[in-house]
Design a protein around this ligand. Structure first.
Ligand code: PSU
Ligand code: MN
Length: 309
C-alpha cells in the first residue's frame, strides 16, 4: 500500500511512516493555489507541515504535478503550487484527466481524501469543507466533498462550513449520505470564522483520544467505508463576529450572480471576495484555524495509530 506505483507517488518519508505504523496527516493544496493569496499561502503550507511534525505526525501535502499524484511534497513543489499560473483546481472527477494530460492540479478536500486513502493515510486537516451552496435547489451546486465523504474512509478535520454555503442543508446532506459528523469539544456546529452557526452539533466528542476512538469504531469495528467529518471550532481569540462577515458574504453572493460565475469557480470567487471585503481580518482567522486544525488532526492521528498497534 505504501509503495509508489504510477501515477501515485508517495514521498519516502510518508511511506516510511506508514510502514512503521506511525501517524500521518494529509493536507490539501486547493487552499494553497486557489484559497489564499501569495505569499500567505506558501508560508501557511510550510508552517502547517511544521505544526503536524511538532504534534508527532508526518505531513503529507497532496497535489497532482505533471500528471503524477503526489502524497507528500518537497519544498520546491509546495512553492510551485503557490506561485505557478494555470494550476487547475482538481476535484475527484478531474484526477483522470490530469493524469492523462500530465497537467498540474491542486487537490480539493474530495480529491485529497481519495489520494490520501490510496496512500493509506487516514487523517486529513483542512480549513473548511465544501457543501451545499445557497440556492442549490436551482443551481444543483453541491460540493463533491460531500459525495467523497460518503465513500472514502478518511477523517477530515475542518473548522466547519463557511456561511458562503447553506450550513443547514449541508448538515442535512451529510446525514443523508451517512457521514459520521462530530464536533470537537462543543455543542454548537461551527461556521468557520465563528464557533457557532445557530445549529447544534450533530454529535459531540471531547479531545483527540475520544475522536480517535470513534474512527476506530467506524472503520475497524463496524467496517464502514465512509469518511468522518470532524468539526473543530476556531479558537475563541480568533473568532470573527458573524455580523462582521455577513455583509461581505451577501455582497460576494450578489457579485457572483451579477457576473454569472458558476461551477468550480464559485468557491474560489467567494473566498477571495470575503478576504478583500474584510480587509484581511478574515485572513488572519483563516490562517489561525488551519493551524489549529493541523495540530488537532496530528493529535488524532497519533491516538488512532496507537489503536492500530
Ligand atoms: N472552503 C474554504 N476554503 C477552501 C475551500 C473551501 O473555506 O479553500 C476549498 C477546499 O479545497 C474545498 C473546495 O474542498 O474549496 C470546495 O470547492 P467546491 O465548492 O467547488 O467543491
Ligand atoms: Mn460546486
Amino acid at each position: 500500500m505504501t509503495t509508489s506505483t504510477p501515477p501515485l507517488s508517495i514521498h519516502p518519508e510518508v511511506a516510511d511512516a506508514r510502514a512503521a505504523g506511525e501517524a500521518v496527516v494529509a493536507l490539501e493544496s486547493t487552499i494553497i493555489s486557489h484559497g489564499l493569496p501569495y505569499p500567505q499561502n506558501v508560508e501557511l503550507a510550510r508552517e502547517v507541515e511544521t505544526i503536524v511534525r511538532a504534534n508527532g505526525a508526518t505531513p503529507a501535502t497532496v497535489a497532482v504535478l505533471d500528471g503524477e499524484c503526489c502524497v507528500g511534497l518537497r519544498p520546491d513543489q509546495l512553492e510551485r503550487l503557490a506561485t505557478e499560473a494555470g494550476v487547475v483546481k482538481a476535484t475527484t472527477r478531474d484526477l483522470p484527466w490530469l493524469i492523462a494530460t500530465q497537467r498540474t492540479g491542486a487537490t480539493t478536500v474530495a480529491s485529497t481524501m481519495r489520494l490520501a486513502h490510496r496512500a493509506g493515510v487516514r487523517v486529513f486537516a483542512t480549513g473548511g469543507i465544501g457543501g451545499v451552496h445557497r440556492g442549490a435547489g436551482e443551481s444543483f451546486d453541491i460540493s463533491a466533498d460531500l459525495t467523497e465523504l460518503s465513500v472514502t474512509p478518511v477523517a477530515v478535520v475542518s473548522a466547519g462550513v463557511k456561511s458562503i454555503l447553506d450550513i443547514r442543508l449541508t448538515l442535512e446532506r451529510l446525514e443523508t449520505l451517512g457521514v459520521p459528523t462530530v464536533v470537537n469539544g462543543s455543542d454548537q456546529f461551527p461556521s468557520f470564522y465563528s464557533r457557532s452557526s445557530g445549529l447544534p452539533a450533530p454529535r459531540r466528542l471531547d479531545g483527540p483520544q475520544a475522536l480517535a476512538g470513534m474512527l476506530h469504531a467506524t472503520w475497524d469495528e463496524l467496517g464502514l467505508s465512509v469518511g468522518v467529518s470532524i468539526a473543530n471550532p476556531i479558537p475563541a481569540e480568533y473568532e470573527v463576529p458573524e455580523a462582521e462577515i455577513r455583509g461581505h458574504i451577501e455582497a460576494a453572493l450578489a457579485d457572483l450572480d451579477a457576473q454569472g460565475i458558476t461551477g468550480q469557480d464559485v468557491t474560489p470567487f467567494l473566498l477571495k471576495r470575503v478576504v478583500e471585503g474584510t480587509a484581511g481580518r478574515s485572513l488572519v482567522a483563516n490562517l489561525a484555524l488551519v493551524r489549529h486544525n493541523a495540530a488537532t488532526a496530528a493529535q488524532i492521528a497519533v491516538e488512532y495509530a496507537k489503536l492500530q498497534s
